[in-house]
Write a new protein. Structure first.
Length: 253
């Protein structure tokens, strides 16, 4: 149904048989319309696609307002669409028919698209001159040493839908202060605990967005490795080396 019209107006998706899919107009003024089913398909006689078999045979039939051919390597099926509600998009699009569906979004409406194969839902909204918030993305890479857990942070995947330049602020979660303003940075957690690292991205118009990741710093016990010394003599620790993963002693006799 078309919400932009005071009278009743709707479009009908008519699934074809062999060659054509079509959309026909209905509503007030179309009460006696004859769309030619089932002897006609799209603009042609059923099963035909050549010009001499297409066109209205007499004035008693009503052609569809839109049609398209079925692909030769597979079928297709026209589906119901939606009308652009007045005031949602630019005025020249009011009442246009789309093969999608409008739904609520903030204090207005947006167009929603569901993909069959990927199982995804996309939202399309008219932004006009409205500033949109940036999209912060955190990538983190962990490494460790004897002083704790070092995390390398990367915000280079962040973006702004309006193409604005962005500034970055990192809060690594230990004291709540802004520790870095670089797009890539690193931080060493020297104490055991659970921390939340937060990236704040601000565009040139002052719109700020945040993203966070959890960092879990645990203390792992150092493994003890024992070797049966063939000489039967005790080691004196003179050649003992340590690293973060444990200790290993080499003895010579």
């Amino acid at each position: 149904m078309d919400p932009s019209k005071e009278s009743v107006r709707f479009f009908v998706g008519d699934v074809g048989r062999t060659n054509w899919e079509e959309i026909s107009e209905g509503g007030l003024g179309f009460e006696t319309a004859n769309y030619g089913w089932r002897g006609r398909e799209g603009p042609c006689e059923e099963g035909e696609s050549t010009s001499d078999k297409c066109g209205l045979p007499d004035s008693s039939l009503t052609d569809p307002i839109h049609w398209y051919p079925n692909p030769r390597d597979g079928g297709s099926a026209v589906t119901g669409g939606t009308f652009v509600p007045p005031g949602i998009w630019p005025e020249e699009l009011d009442g246009d028919l789309l093969r999608l569906r409008f739904g609520p979004y903030l204090n207005t409406k947006a167009l929603y698209l569901i993909t069959y194969d990927g199982g995804r839902i996309y939202r399309l909204s008219f932004s006009g001159n409205v500033n949109r918030k940036p999209r912060p993305v955190i990538q983190q890479f962990l490494s460790s040493n004897g002083n704790g857990l070092t995390v390398n942070f990367d915000a280079s995947k962040s973006s702004d839908p309006d193409g604005d330049d962005m500034t970055f602020e990192w809060d690594f979660g230990e004291d709540g202060s802004i520790t870095s303003s670089n797009i890539t940075t690193s931080y060493t957690y020297s104490t055991v605990g659970k921390f939340t690292a937060t990236l704040s991205v601000t565009d040139m118009k002052g719109y700020k967005a945040k993203s966070s990741v959890d960092i879990d710093v645990e203390e792992y016990p150092k493994p003890l490795v024992a070797f049966p010394w063939s000489s039967g003599e005790a080691c004196d620790d003179d050649d003992q080396n340590y690293d973060y993963c444990g200790s290993l002693e080499f003895c010579t006799n």
